[in-house]
Design a protein around this ligand. Structure first.
Ligand SMILES: [Zn+2]
Length: 429
């Protein structure tokens, strides 16, 4: 690719850096800026079901109801509706440095403080990842290992995108560079130490039309668009657990969903049915009740990505009714069974706000529940271990104060008047 060469040329032109073991000269010897202690009055706070008046303090980036000795500033929330910040469970817009700066600002401007990037190469992310995850910037988690077949997705996408860049890229050169090419247990064995070397927290595996895996590999028009051998999933799950990571399964059809759930995946990255494949029927996207029950029992998280169906609907408008019917049918039964849902848009240039509106239009759950899924379930499921997504003693002091009640009018989510992240008041949006 051209970019690494360009970067190499730029680096070569720079003066050599200070020796790594010498601390750099630092002109400022005084104490760091104190974190302000905020008093937050007059708001109506979302408790996961309803809004009610509460009074909080933000001290050292955490919420407390115990009045601190010192209050630096009082913010009158003036009756506004206060929610935990939004979270995006499935995106790809921070995966390379060309877009990351602008896209990271877009997140903050929309009140989306948490995002999960479901791909990305460790070497691409390394230069800027430490600029993310600050009080003033979006928190991003990355799936840093992507496993697919030698003729699997995203190979076709990678080869297609190389052409317009004036580059020629062969499948051989793309494999094990942009994704891990795995066709057999022997491949897993041979490549696993390199896959694990990046210490991924999430490993993603591509499943596409698993029921027809063998037949699809013989169709030239599906070259680069297939999934991994579904028989490999349990072994991939076992190895993923072994390195302390979570397995994320990209699922396309209901058969893929079943392979993911039965194989032990932690997260299914797509609700089946965001498109009707050219060799598939609408019924191929209906998840069966037994698999839904298993997903609930095993605590599998399912990312909705219903907004991503608009790309398929644009290409094939005649599929709209079937896609919508499948979504309603699947989400209603997943919800009734208690399967954990997270909202993700998988829409470059869009956001989880599109996903919230998309799920709302399906009319499959009450607004208050949708708001809870958006502001509590999604951040907590995708960023386990963080005290986020709810207002309680010791929780991270992060909030959005809205003009209007989003349960009555989802448009209120776009009217953020006060935003605080980890105790810091944000501005300049
Ligand atoms: Zn995706």
């Amino acid at each position: 690719m051209r970019r690494p060469l360009l970067i190499a040329a730029l680096l070569a032109a720079l003066p050599s850096p200070v020796a790594a073991d010498e601390p750099p000269p630092y002109p400022f010897a005084g104490p760091p800026l104190a974190a302000p202690t905020l008093q937050l009055t007059g708001g109506q706070w979302f408790d996961g079901a309803v809004f009610r008046p509460m009074h909080w303090y933000a001290v050292d980036g955490r919420l407390t109801q115990r009045r601190p000795a010192r209050i630096d500033a009082t913010i009158d929330l003036a009756g506004r509706h206060v929610i935990p910040p939004l979270a995006e469970a499935h995106a790809h817009d921070l995966q390379n440095g060309h877009h990351a700066g602008k896209m990271a600002r877009n997140y903050m401007a929309r009140g989306i403080f948490y995002t999960v990037q479901l791909a990305g190469l460790p070497a691409d992310i390394a230069p800027y990842r430490d600029f993310l995850g600050q009080p003033g910037s979006v928190d991003a988690a990355f799936s840093e290992a992507l496993l697919s077949a030698s003729d699997g997705h995203p190979l076709a996408m990678i080869l297609d995108s190389a052409g317009p860049m004036g580059e020629t890229l062969t499948p051989e050169a793309a494999r094990d560079r942009f994704y891990w090419s795995i066709d057999s247990a022997a491949d897993l064995d041979a490549k696993w130490s390199r896959i694990a070397a990046a210490r991924p927290k999430m490993i993603k595996v591509i499943l596409i039309d698993s029921a027809n895996y063998a037949a699809n590999r013989r169709k030239p028009e599906l070259f680069g668009r297939n999934g991994i051998d579904p028989a490999l999933v349990p072994e991939i799950v076992r190895r993923t657990r072994g390195v302390g990571a979570r397995l994320i399964a990209h699922a396309d059809t209901a058969a893929d969903f079943k392979v993911a759930v039965d194989g032990g995946a932690d997260v299914v990255a797509h609700l089946p049915g965001y498109r009707i494949g050219r060799f598939n029927a609408p019924a191929d996207y209906r998840i069966d009740d037994a698999t839904i029950a298993a997903a609930a029992r095993r605590g599998v998280t399912v990312i909705t990505t219903t907004a991503a169906s608009r790309f398929a609907i644009q290409r094939q408008p005649e599929t709209r009714a079937a896609i919508t019917a499948n979504y309603r049918d699947n989400i209603r039964r997943l919800r009734a069974a208690g399967v954990k849902l997270a909202l993700g848009s998988d829409s470059f240039g869009g956001s989880v706000l599109d996903e919230i509106e998309s799920v709302d239009r399906l009319n499959v759950m009450p607004r208050a529940e949708l708001l809870r899924v958006a502001t509590s379930d999604t951040p907590q499921l995708m960023f386990p271990g963080r005290a986020i997504g709810a207002f309680h003693e010791g929780a991270e002091a992060s909030l959005l104060a809205l003009d209007g009640n989003p349960i009555d009018d989802l448009g209120a989510l776009k009217r953020v008047r006060v935003a605080v992240k980890q105790g810091e008041l944000l501005g300049g949006r």
